[in-house]
Ligand binder design. Structure first.
Ligand SMILES: [Mn+2]
Length: 390
């Protein structure tokens, strides 16, 4: 019977299996259990002997002669400390690392971080200035802020921000973490490095006191001193780094002298505030350091009863807006965008809790197609936007 023969050939293994199970169900069950145990053991072995992320990162650096470690534009202590840690790991395997960034380091705390830890950063404004073909991004996952940034295809990305940037060979983005420094601290720990007594010279397999101090400050500054946006990982990393912290350096970074102007701008913001319901606006006028404006906004938000603020200041023919909100009704980025929407060439945006914007004074005065907008009109619009009326 050719027909039956063909059918039995086609279902051979299945039929054999069924016959085996029917003949001896107990033995079949034992085979299944044995298979499950073998698979679990294999998974355990793979996990046990797969190199940790820190080791893979070190290997990636060891395979290269030189790398460019790129921080985000206007780097903060988290980004700076991550760059330091990458440089430290690179040096330990004989790889040259150049720490680079676009933009400026303006905020007094950030400048103090750079000075106190004696860092030597290289500022770039064009992709051609990158120190090496192999680029490692820290604390951001897509290069930005300089011309040709979109052509940068990093070999590695270590970050804690959302986004879909990846490295060609290595990507470690942990959005649950409060700081990127946490991840780098974990790498150092995975590499078996001990933190050193800050008074002693760091030996091999030891994390130097400057890097440990930098990483702790990176974690602190990104988490409002471990009070906001933290995960358990931040506390674990801080515990690991603890023995290596040089308290005196940490204090000098955390409490730098503040420009007189920053304090004056804060004072003007508070004295000249316009408070309507739970919202405040203040125009601080001409400033030479635009970084004073967001600091004034932070200060104004501390006022009792005030849940959202916008501070405006003028620099170089541009009105700079800085907004802060701790009010779930006010998405600051959207608020600022709505308030400047009709003004030509104005830009604004940001997150729920903080935002910024810029308007050229010429356009406020009505150059071009629009009739312009006066400061009192802009103020009314900002209040309307905070109240959700526009
Ligand atoms: Mn960060």
């Amino acid at each position: 019977m050719p027909f039956a023969a063909a059918s039995s050939d086609g279902a051979g293994p299945v039929d054999a299996l069924r016959a085996f199970v029917e003949a001896d169900p107990l033995q079949a069950a034992l085979v299944v259990v044995a298979l499950i145990v073998a698979l679990a053991a294999l998974a355990w072995l793979i996990r046990r002997f797969r190199p940790a992320k820190g080791e893979r990162f070190e290997q990636l650096l060891a395979d290269r002669e030189e790398v460019a470690v790129l921080m985000h534009p206007n780097p903060d202590p988290d980004a700076m400390s991550c760059a330091m840690a990458v440089e430290t790991i690179a040096e330990s395997v004989g790889t040259d690392a150049t720490m680079q960034h676009a933009g400026q380091i303006r905020h007094q705390e950030n400048r103090a971080f750079e000075t106190v830890l004696d860092l030597d950063f290289d500022r770039i404004s064009d992709a051609s200035e990158l120190a090496a073909d192999d680029v490692i991004l820290v604390d951001h996952n897509t290069a930005r802020g300089f011309s040709g940034a979109d052509t940068v295809d990093p070999i590695a990305v270590v970050d804690h921000h959302p986004g879909d940037g990846t490295g060609q060979q290595f990507t470690d983005v942990r959005t649950d973490n409060g700081a990127c420094a946490t991840i780098l601290a974990e790498y150092c720990e995975e590499l078996g490095w001990e933190t050193t007594d800050p008074d002693a010279e760091a030996g091999p397999e030891e994390l130097d006191a400057d890097t440990a101090t930098g990483l702790v400050y990176g974690i602190q500054s990104d988490t409002k001193h471990l009070t906001k946006g933290c995960s358990a990982a931040e506390f674990q990393a801080a515990a690991y780094l603890y023995d290596g912290i040089e308290e005196d350096l940490l204090d000098r970074i955390a409490n730098p002298e503040v420009d007189a102007e920053v304090l004056e701008v804060k004072a003007r913001a508070i004295t000249d505030r316009d408070v309507r319901n739970a919202f405040a606006f203040s125009n601080v006028g001409e400033v030479s350091n635009v970084d004073a404006i967001p600091q004034a906004a932070d200060e104004l938000l501390r006022l009792e009863g005030v849940t959202a603020v916008v501070v405006a200041g003028i620099n170089d023919g541009t009105v700079h807006l800085s907004g802060r909100s701790r009010d779930d009704r006010v998405h600051m980025g959207k608020t600022l965008r709505a308030a400047v929407e009709d003004i030509p060439m104005a830009e604004a945006g940001g997150h729920a809790r903080m935002g910024g914007g810029q308007i050229s004074i010429e356009h406020m005065e009505g150059i071009g197609p629009s009739a312009g907008v006066t400061l009192p009109e802009l103020t009314d619009r900002l209040f309307a936007a905070m109240s959700g009326d526009i």
